[in-house]
Design a protein around this ligand. Structure first.
Ligand code: NAI
Ligand code: AKG
Length: 450
């Protein structure tokens, strides 16, 4: 453990005030001691020190004009973490909470996640502390154009290929792509998650949520169980949550809850998923508007949440599916979930479980599918989009879906086999961290000191 402790200490000292980044690094490094400690080459070649240091970080000013003619300024980021396994790849997040720590933790996680897909992808993440809420379509476009006016010099179809994340969907990717094309004079697969009419892949929009459902289904299958009739708590009501709920509905699971930034929607007999999707995607409505259509539900506003956690995790259920943001399951939330009968957690959001909550789940034998494995269907389908763009092809939705299912099953099999080799087959956190690390570290060794 000494080598790992030394690296952790140095990460803490050289990245002060970056709690999310440190949390992500600590979780990974503390679970790979069995493969690192006996291996002098990793230490000699400073594999861990290089793994936790991004290859390149761009932080830049994003000035833009609002609808009142006033200039606004935001901070933009692109952290190119690792190109060991392929071009830098990972999403862009537009949310007021974006800062260096958040983008770095997301970039670090992305490196290992992309490794688990088995596809030729490096890892990166980016975004801005821009709040898209309440902005007009023109303001969003002007922001995206300004953001790309700096970003374009760092990216390229074989260099770095961004995609969406919180606050960035097909509309934003469309504007970003338009500006990239204008400045660079290249129509190339430089972004994924594009609208299909300009080279986007079928099912990229659905892929992360569907992928979580496929992964969860593999988890239950391994226990000789299935999703039919399982009571599920979902958080979030964005891209990942909506398509996860849609697929769970097809598997005959019962979706009891979902949430947005205003509060939690709950129905003890199961939500009408098509209505939630219609309200969010077609009407741009809030979840509380659901009650105008169906009265059998309850809505709890955020100001009535418990002070030590989130209302959405305080109901009886079999499965919890966090799909909003990082650290959204606190220690108290985890205790409440366990007390209320939840025995399976599958993470749609990136790092949604705090370190204390992870411990609660582990101590209580909760079967947990970690985000870097469970939500990898999005980035895998992004790689399918890159392959289609590079070969000027368009694959049918059925082809993409089949490949997505294969990738999710293969990730589950890989991490479950790794978990079995080093501990027990249900410790998927350990399995994902070791399997992802080994793939990146072994390629780093082969590439020399770079
Ligand atoms: N879009 C994608 O393909 C992928 C997304 N993810 C992760 O899934 C999670 C959700 O992302 P998307 O659904 O794409 O974003 P989105 O912007 O479509 O939806 C985000 C949802 O989470 C809620 N939310 C966001 N930040 C919050 C906060 N600080 N507090 C409370 N609620 C909050 C929003 O109200 C919204 O319902 C994120 O952790 C993201 O990193 C992971 C893999 C791929
Ligand atoms: O599709 C991509 O490139 C990235 C998706 C993403 O940001 C993630 O997996 O967290």
């Amino acid at each position: 453990m000494q080598y790992i402790e030394e690296v952790l200490q140095s990460v803490k000292e050289s990245n002060p005030n970056e709690p999310e980044f440190y949390q992500a690094v600590e979780e990974v490094l503390s679970s790979i001691n069995q493969v690192v400690e006996g291996n002098n080459e990793y230490q000699q070649q400073a594999i861990l020190e290089r793994l936790v240091e991004p290859e390149r970080q761009a932080i830049f000013r994003v000035p833009w004009l609002d609808d009142n003619g006033k200039v606004q300024v935001n901070r933009g980021f692109r952290i190119e973490f690792s190109s060991t396994l392929g071009p830098y790849k990972g999403g862009l997040r537009f949310h007021p909470s974006v800062n260096q720590s958040v983008v770095k933790f997301l970039g670090f996680e992305q490196v290992l996640k992309n490794a688990l897909t088995g596809l030729p992808l490096g890892g990166a993440k980016g975004g801005a502390d821009f709040n898209p809420k309440g902005k007009s379509d023109n303001e969003i476009m002007r922001f995206c154009q300004s953001y790309m006016t700096e970003l374009y010099r760092h990216i390229g179809a074989n260099t770095d290929v961004p995609a969406g994340d919180i606050g960035v969907g097909a509309r934003e990717i469309g504007y970003l792509f338009g500006q990239y094309k204008r400045i660079s004079n290249q129509f190339e697969g430089v972004l994924t998650g594009k609208p299909e009419i300009m080279g986007g892949s079928s099912l990229r929009t659905e892929a992360t949520g569907y992928g979580v459902a496929y992964f969860l289904s593999a988890m239950l299958d391994a226990k000789g169980d299935s999703l039919r009739g399982k009571r599920c708590l979902v958080s979030g009501a964005g891209n990942v949550a909506l398509y996860l709920m849609e697929k769970l509905d097809q598997y005959d699971a019962v979706i009891l809850s979902c949430s947005d930034s205003k509060g939690t929607l709950y129905c003890k007999d199961g939500l009408d998923v098509a209505l939630v999707k219609h309200l969010k995607n077609e009407q741009g409505a809030e979840l509380r508007d659901y009650l105008n259509e169906l009265k059998d539900s309850e809505f709890t506003p955020v100001n009535q949440y418990p002070s030590d956690g989130h209302h959405v995790w305080r109901y009886e259920a079999d499965i919890a599916l966090p799909c909003a943001t990082q650290n959204e399951i606190t220690e108290k939330d985890a205790e409440a979930l366990v007390e209320n009968g939840c025995s399976v957690v599958c993470e749609g959001a990136n790092m949604p479980t705090t370190a204390d909550a992870l411990k609660v789940f582990k101590d209580n034998d909760v079967f947990l599918g970690p985000s870097k494995a469970a939500n990898a269907g999005g980035v895998a389908t992004s790689q399918f989009e890159m392959a289609q763009n590079a070969s000027m092809q368009k694959w049918r939705a059925e082809q993409v879906d089949e490949k997505l299912q294969q990738v999710m099953k293969s990730i589950f099999d890989t991490i479950s086999a790794t978990a079995k080799q080093y501990s027990n087959e249900h410790d998927l956190v350990l399995g994902a961290n070791i399997a992802g690390f080994e793939r990146v570290a072994d390629a780093m060794l082969k590439q020399g000191v770079v």
